[in-house]
Ligand binder design. Sequence first.
Ligand code: PBG
Length: 332
Amino acid sequence: MHPFGSFPATRPRRLRRHEWLRRAVAETALAPADLIWPLFVHEGRSATPVPSMPGVERLAVEGAVRAAEEAAKLGIPAIALFPVTEPKLKSDDGRQALDGENLVCRAVREIRRRLDDAVGIICDVALDPYTTHGHDGILRDGQIVNDETVEILCRQAVVLAEAGCHVVAPSDMMDGRVGKIRWALDAAGRQDVAILAYAAKYASAFYGPFRDAVGSKAALGAGDKRTYQMDPANADEAIREVALDVAEGADMVMVKPALTSLDIIHRVKREFGVPTFAYQVSGEYSMIKAAAANGWLDGRRAALESLLVIKRAGADCILTYFAPEIARGMSA
Ligand code: PBG
């Protein structure tokens, strides 16, 4: 009790009274440097919209170059490229992933040629854009076979590194792939290419719109990825997954989805102290866009709030489809 008996002695609201004061005491701030922009690239000359992701388009290579230029201008440090593979180039074993002339490699080369190191280029390592069955690995007798898949992923990582990407991001959730990929990159003289490991990636319903965008949804059909992606029930297991990837040589780790994994992001950052990325996935984006389109919430505020709390949880950087619109507002 206060000596003069005033009540209450402590008034937290004092610090919320003015906008300047709230800004001065804010514990977390969001900047363009916290955002990474995922881009979909397809063959052809013009962009096509992704209906389940309002505001997101599949870009031609030239469009991806322009987006990369915009990212650099906005202060967004990196882009993450996802190819939309033509059905005729898909196969059971996803061998198109190993073709150095494939779409994503051509996009990487063109972006490097025009922007060099002005913006970072991150490429997914996984076979799902290239397989007829839509899985991230090799399917045999109804199983995704781990070790054989890892051998192919190593070659895919080297192909992407040789095209010029700065970071490879294994998103496949096979066991032991980070160590093998590190070894393969080093053996190919690509010691400088970093690994961003999708270390704790959950089997999530929130990837639906992404699978629309890249055309793996129809391929996957009623199938799911629960024999390799994690069960959302588990948290300690996420810590073990991150420990493995860090021990195997991951430079950065990713937790995904973001908003359903704030506890995981927090624990990973606290327990490992390594660069911790979070992926605000397609479904998280589309939910906000859909609600905003209905006038049910303020889309920009909802996006900003969700990104801020992902950062508050411990993320150093967030992959988000909101990156350009949010960064644009910040530099204005
Ligand atoms: C593919 C991959 C997926 C995403 C990123 N890389 C989909 C999946 O695992 O099925 C999802 C991203 C998103 O939903 O925005 N390995």
